[in-house]
Ligand binder design. Structure first.
Ligand code: SF4
Length: 283
């Protein structure tokens, strides 16, 4: 279906000022660009998890799978392995993908599965009204930590670099032009593309006054240089006053997991037949 209306009529229940709007519109623009360039959106699947971010599956008019908490990546992996012709995009939350689903994230990066993972990292559980997540800053006061957290956040970029991700980037929901470039690059990347998006939660973590004076674009950085990428990723540890780099930290070409994962290559017809046989055995 070409020239489709990409925003659905579903009532949008995100809070006014929520950074999810920026991510939704940026992703919509990237998809519209692809369609204009002659790539059918019928081959795109969006997988979301559970959390405020996940409603994006209701709000974008493309094939989508609203999965379970922490399970965006296994669902996306199954889709991609069953049909390698699909472009599979995961929208996940930080609580969703850095807590319950963390092992899936690490292994998808390790295997270099051909997916794009966009993390709506608002650094708080917004849907459940404000508990701390793995990336909340030390001292964060929320429903579950009224006196402030006593833990440091972990650094998802450093973790993804160590895990083998072949595309690693960071965006910000208030820098939509940059975010558009990053999502476009990530979706076009052959392999595991990871984009951590600093997303404003207007209600439970309205951090724009913290982020906006600190962010800067990575310029003159060579994304092929792994050591430089690690150094840039460590510059800000999701705490404190350090400058916050945005852009493409790392990119490399590497064999992707899939295609002949079972030790043999299958045509699209053979694959369809194999799936049909499995389904018939179950009925
Ligand atoms: Fe957005 Fe936060 Fe509201 Fe959720 S609670 S919709 S993340 S502003």
């Amino acid at each position: 279906m070409n020239g489709r209306q990409l925003i659905t009529d579903t009532q949008n229940t995100w809070c006014p000022g929520c950074g999810n709007f920026s991510i939704q519109h940026t992703l919509k623009n990237v998809l519209a660009d692809r369609e204009r360039e002659g790539q059918s959106l019928d081959n795109v699947v969006l997988v979301s998890g559970i959390g405020c971010h996940a409603k994006i599956a209701d709000y974008l008019n493309i094939n989508s799978f609203y999965s379970l908490h922490g399970r965006t990546i296994p669902v996306a992996t199954g889709l991609k392995l069953a049909n390698p012709g699909l472009t599979v995009i995961c929208c996940a939350g930080d609580g969703d993908c850095y807590a319950e689903g963390l092992d899936h994230l690490i292994f998808a990066a390790k295997r270099n599965i051909d997916l794009t993972v966009i993390v709506h990292n608002n650094r708080v559980y917004g849907l459940t009204t404000g508990q701390y997540t793995p990336t909340s800053p030390r001292g964060f006061k929320g429903k579950s930590t009224p006196l402030g957290t006593r833990e440091d956040p972990f650094n998802p970029l450093e973790l993804m670099l160590a895990s083998g991700a072949t595309y690693v980037a960071r965006g910000y929901s208030k820098k939509m032009d940059l975010l558009r470039r990053l999502i476009r690059e990530g979706v076009g990347h052959k392999g595991f593309a990871f984009i951590d998006v600093l997303q404003i939660c207007a209600t439970f973590f309205p951090a724009a006054d913290y982020y906006s004076p600190r962010v800067y674009d990575l310029e003159g950085h060579d994304p092929a240089d792994f050591e430089a990428a690690c150094a840039k990723a460590r510059e800000w540890d999701y705490n404190g006053d350090a400058p916050i780099a945005l852009g493409t930290f790392y990119r490399k070409t590497a064999p992707v997991f899939g295609g002949n994962v079972a030790g043999r290559k299958m045509s699209a017809g053979d694959r369809e037949q194999a799936v049909r046989e499995v389904l018939e055995k179950r009925t």
